[in-house]
Design a protein around this ligand. Sequence first.
Ligand code: MN
Length: 350
Amino acid sequence: MESLKKYTTKRRRKARHKNDSLAMFCRALKNKDNFLLASHVSPEGDAIGSILALESLLRRLGKKTLIACEDPFPERLACLPAKRWRQVKEVPEGRKFDALVVADCPTLERVGSVQSLLAPTTEIFNIDHHISNTHFGHYNYIRPSASAAGEVVYDIFKWFKMKLNQEEATCLYVSISTDTGSFKYSNTTVKSHQIASELIQTGIDIEKINDELYATYSLEKIQLYSLLLGKVQRSPDGTIAWVGLTRNDLKRTGATYEDTEGFIDFLKYIKEVQFAFFMSEMDGSQDGQVKVSFRSRGDYDVAQVAAYFGGGGHKKAAGCTIHGTLEEATRKILEQIKLALAKQNQKTSF
Ligand SMILES: [Mn+2]
């Protein structure tokens, strides 16, 4: 048993290496016919933009495709073509796929219930930009220097020498724009701008896209923000800021969980804040479940804090889920952030 295990691990490692180039990846894609495409649960702009653009590419190559996600298409991404989006529960039973294409997921578990649609023979194509990606696919194309999974998908279009149409360009623009915080975050590179420039050249209306993405709020959302701004808490030295959303806050304002996306930025905007976290009390769990988003400023790493709680993400933006009440979650998180702060300060004092 032992030697077999060693043998297969070695084989897998070798295969992983061999199959990790863009050319290998794209050639293997060409050889499959029937694709399932998916991204993570609670999908945002990058997950959705990447998958929609890829689905379009595969369709143009004459492939059979189906997009399935655990969650519904978020209303706030109205500028993207939602008509191709299906929830797992809408997929006809018994439908078989030769390949699963996953984008923007560091682990396969992130696709949630999509895993129930896989057969043992389904080959997995893994496209990502998370440095923590576990290379879980039979084929992996991971580019950690990319600001968004959308940039990695762009490479695939280039490999196939496919000219992007406006719909695809809109999808990739949304991917890159949302993951770079409108080209503001430190992950923004020359390449992100170069790709954006090419996308804009297709004639897409970026004023309209940006207006829909960042400047169209429902009244309920504004009212929720007003309520949450009144609940902001800070550590005595002002370097940590946080807010906890209760189910009652949503009830009072008529807003939804989706409306809370982006609120965390306000916490980070506060002068002196190095760490910000936003907690949401989730529905339907007996023992209480709290979803947490983290942001950091400067050199501080929130991916490590999120990883401690079984979550993940990037250095300056990460997330996790914690069991317990909002108060318990706050206490545990503050403990971990203080440890991270102490570690960082130790590093910089050398
Ligand atoms: Mn992403």
